[in-house]
Design a protein around this ligand. Structure first.
Ligand code: UDP
Length: 469
């Protein structure tokens, strides 16, 4: 280890100091922020290293942890300035090692040296930085273990993505049955290079001390057992604020960072006036865009389902709504009332007793949140890991149905209507609704004292404490 580690003394209240390096994007930072809060509650000091441009765009900053800005080479415009996702990652790699090293040095000089880096494996170069300074390194995967297992097997050359027509069903070791990954990784511009980046997450994973995964053991036993034989895996999720789960962290109201401003009062006031379990909550997350034709089908599917709905349509998507849709909604009364908002406090919405089901694009954070709050799902995955997540929801955990696309890749209004009715009210959906409640209980137990994720976090913290200087 460099000499500064020996010279500097850790402040007396903390025995270990973790530097957290997330990938720039709220659905990457937020799980790491929640994990950080758990570490901090166990007396680990936390510093989150984010980029200058990301910090500038945040609507609110967390007060519970220290944040430091490093440069990714795009200090003014961030990822947008880079032009493409891949260009961004490449540039960040070029200058990230230096800027991260400078930060580690600065923290050491300020009397609080770091002894561990928890990094997002989208930024695999962080391992080298950790090694140079003699620090513990831990990769933090924001996807579930099943999806990581798929990318691992692509890395090993066992399977190819995107799949061809012939290999729609591929048996992946660690799964109890064939997992339909046939729909995984739909081609989008840049998809092949993004896939390369996903696969690269494993390029130096054999050098890390820990592999942390935002999932929990009970959810993916078989695949976790399988992957644990290859890597030092520890599941530490769900990374949902403690107030929604075990309630052991006091004053844990802060969800995280967002570039969007939630319409909290509008959403919660409106939900407060709807009957119990009467609302379909609809969101496609922070980046997914729908085709205009799909928006139209969705709008009519929601209307025709004859249920109330709360639909998040980001402002950049609003022009795709059917003509007069918003005006007509305001005039609707009785059943089938709808509210469209540009962003909502999703956890509070999922927790609300009026919410009966979640129509989701299957981003992993959204799924974990729905599981943690016991909300059954209608899935409409679009790309990347979302189709795999949708299959897990439907077949493995049996907490939702998948609304199937037609040959043009559009989910039609009749299908959407049918799926919503099944999950919301029909006898056929009873098991799904019951299973959702069971998983909620398990999600809480896993982070509660002695639960599987709690034990893993404890083990990680003990290791940090024992190796701190
Ligand atoms: N989210 C939110 N309000 C919204 C829509 C989404 O707070 O109106 C949050 C949601 O709780 C989740 C994140 O945004 O934590 C979306 O992450 P996910 O992995 O589901 O999807 P992505 O945005 O990465 O596609």
């Amino acid at each position: 280890p460099p000499s500064y580690l020996k010279l500097q003394k850790m402040s007396t209240s903390h025995k270990a100091h973790c530097l957290i390096l997330p990938f720039q994007g709220q659905s990457h930072i937020n799980p790491m922020l929640q994990f950080s809060k758990r570490l901090q509650s166990k007396r680990v000091k936390i510093t989150i290293a984010t980029t200058k441009s990301f910090l500038k765009n945040m609507k609110e900053l967390p007060t519970s942890v220290s944040i430091e800005a490093i440069s990714d080479g795009y200090d003014d415009g961030g990822r947008d300035q880079a032009g493409s996702f891949v260009a961004y990652v490449t540039r960040f790699k070029e200058i990230g090692s230096d800027t991260l090293s400078q930060l580690i040095q600065k923290l050491a000089n300020s009397g609080c040296p770091v002894n561990c880096i928890v990094y997002d494996p989208f930024l695999p170069w962080a391992v080298e930085v950790a090694k140079n300074f003699g620090l513990i390194s831990a990769a933090f995967f924001t996807q579930n273990c099943a999806v990581d297992n798929i990318y691992y097997h692509v890395h090993k050359g066992v399977i190819k993505l995107p799949p061809t027509q012939d290999d729609e069903e591929i048996l992946i070791p660690g799964f109890s049955r064939q997992l339909a990954i046939g729909y995984t990784f739909v081609i989008v511009p840049e998809a092949e290079r993004i896939l390369e980046m996903l696969v690269n997450q494993f390029s130096n994973l054999d050098k890390v001390d820990w592999v942390l995964i935002n999932s929990f053991y009970e959810l993916e036993k078989q695949v976790i057992d399988y992957m644990s034989k290859i890597y030092p895996i520890k599941t530490i999720g769900p990374t949902i604020p403690s107030i929604y789960l075990d309630k052991r962290l006091h004053d844990d109201k802060e969800y995280g960072l967002s570039v969007f401003k939630p319409m909290t009062n509008e959403c919660l006031n409106w939900l407060n006036h709807q009957p119990i379990n009467s609302v379909v909550y609809v969101s496609f997350g922070s980046i997914t865009n729908l085709e205009a034709e799909q928006m139209l089908e969705l709008a009519w599917g929601l209307k025709n389902s004859n249920n109330n709905f709360l639909w998040v349509v980001r402002s950049t998507e609003e022009s795709k709504l059917p003509k007069n849709f918003l005006e007509e909604l305001k005039l609707t009364s009785g059943n089938n009332k709808g509210l469209v908002v540009s962003w909502c406090p999703q956890l509070q919405v999922l927790e609300h007793e009026s919410t009966g089901c979640f129509l989701t694009h299957c981003g992993w954070n959204s799924i974990l949140e729905a599981i943690s709050l016991g909300v059954p799902m209608v899935t409409m995955p679009q790309w990347a890991d979302q189709p795999t997540n949708a299959e897990l929801v439907k077949d493995i955990w049996e907490i939702g149905v998948r609304a199937k696309q037609d040959e043009k890749g559009i989910v039609r209004r009749e299908i959407i209507e049918e799926c919503i009715k099944l999950v919301m009210e029909e006898e056929e959906g009873k098991l799904i609704r019951e299973n959702a409640k069971k998983w909620k209980e398990m999600a809480r137990n896993t982070v509660d004292e002695g639960g599987s994720s709690d034990k893993n976090i404890e083990e990680f913290v003990s290791k940090l404490m024992s190796t701190s200087h």
